[in-house]
Ligand binder design. Sequence first.
Ligand code: PRX
Length: 635
Amino acid sequence: MSDKEFQTNTSEWFYPPEHIVQNANVPDYETVYQKAVEDPISFWAERAETLEWYQKWDKVLDDSNAPFYKWFTGGKTNIVLNALDRHQKTWRRNKLAIIWEGEDGEKRSFSYWRLNQEVCKFANVLRSMGVRKGDTVTIYMGRTPEIVIAMLACAKVGAIHSVIYGGFSEQAIADRIEDAKSRVMITSDGAWLRGQIVPLKDNVDKAIDRSPIVEHVIVVKRTGQDVPMVQGRDYWYHDLMALPIASTRSETEVMDAEDPLFILYTSGTTGKPKGILHTHGGYQVYTSTTLSWVFDIKDDDRWWCAADPGWITGHSYIVYAPLILGATSIIYEGAPTYPYPDRWWRIVEDYGVTILYTAPTAIRGLMRFGDAWPNRRDLSSLRLLGSVGEPINPEAWKWFYNVIGKGKCPIMDAWWQTETGGFMITPLPSVPLKPGSATRPFPGIVVDVVDEDGNSCPPNEDGKLVIKTPWPSMLRTIWGDDQRYINQYWSAYQEQGWYLAGDSARKDEDGYIWVIGRIDDVIKVSGYRLGTAEIESGLVSHPAVAEAAVIGVPDEVKGNVIYAYCILVAGETGSDELAKELREHVRHEVGPIAMPTKIEFVDKLPKTRSGKIMRRVLKARAMGLPEGDLSTLED
Ligand code: PRX
């Protein structure tokens, strides 16, 4: 059963305004798509030519060891060469790169010149701590300019950053440090969220107790509360940045196109998080092309990707792609509703935001407060809107379109994944829209909806979403686990050599793709991706719990919420207090985003004869739906 079934109308069209089509960076999707499909190598080479390289590539695509594809082999580059260095030589050095607003109202902005200086200084600090090309550095911070500086400084010195989203806690952090083998960590004392402090440094201290391989922790002061600093291990960022070593002159490391840029952990079907690996060369080409064409970035735009830098959306479209394009980005630290439900609309008004890219869960959350909040603000600067992370229900789509976009801003509903690095199925501003559909594949991308045997499904029939040809920003592997990379993404359609996305989808009679939801044990909560296994092992790590199963149940605002079913160890009895304690335990171990909404104590769980928990049966029961085929049930 799918995560969520929306009432969709496959014949309802929304046409973009004429001036948007005419001024679009790509006014004619069909022609460009055809050209890219016919000759992808020339197409991607031409895109790569728009960037700077220390040395040009020998080969655009090396597919000799598929599915370990390589792009732009022989090319020498560094994503920082394109994101910062090249802008210093043009008028852009005086353009704003980042406009930042803290939840508490603090404001800071950085020109390309100034951002580069900060990155150079911090790169020198990292080098002085012994960080070298190929080392991993773990970053666990809130949404402040320093997270961007830290990521770029790592890339500049050739280190591989691994950013952990601030909504995770102790055990989740410890697992990720351990897997990436990071000796150096960057964090902050805390972050502001809904007027409260998220205790980031505390979480780091506890995680390091569990994963003691970390030797140095660099701490950015954001909230200013007292945090214990371990002598010889912990250093304040501002102290280090004041040292003579932190000069504004710093060389950018020359990297091979295929050298690792970052690892980003994401949830899969087993408990162990997957470190998705991206590299310098192909990733910079793909993310900058997609941002330029889908969101039509112009020199005078004010781009706001209202995501967290700690997720792929933030990596690609807050940090790297906008900087490569020389755009001005807005970053806001806190909650959309703090202190009032018009915070976001005020930011649009204050900064003249022209493009706003967000998630269905945020749209639904803000929609609940009614139209008066957005209506009291001047939103006339907006030209384009965007949605990502989960299917958008037509009701939320229409509210976003009419109330926020005033019926004149097309919505770019982009489907993609941590693994894909950039937008895969997405409209361009010139493409007619259908609410709830991510429309058509980006130029250069070949997708299909197929059955178990790989046959294309007839129109409007559910199937599996596959990507049929490689693309420059595809993940290169799962960090330290090539076999898992093959099993997870390539073994289902091994003969055909297709990438299995893990989503079910439909294609309508117009070739528009409707993504339905995950087919594996991944739950999308508020657009965030969580594995059932990670939450279940969090529950089982409590001494009272013998076994646990969790499912996602549709929710009007969050998309899904988590229900947990627990079998207790002999001698324990279920109670409201214990349920509360278990929820807190999950918050503590995995993170606030993973907290179950409901915990039910049960004597047994529905299992197959081979012992696999049948989560679809639990889900059907929770939703009062037919339980389907139970022939494989244990008893
Ligand atoms: O199920 C799809 C859903 O999000 C999954 C990828 O999650 P993550 O790696 O965290 O990346 C999210 C941001 C790119 C997909 O497998 N998804 C993402 N975008 C959409 C979507 N589902 C429907 N429509 C979308 N636009």
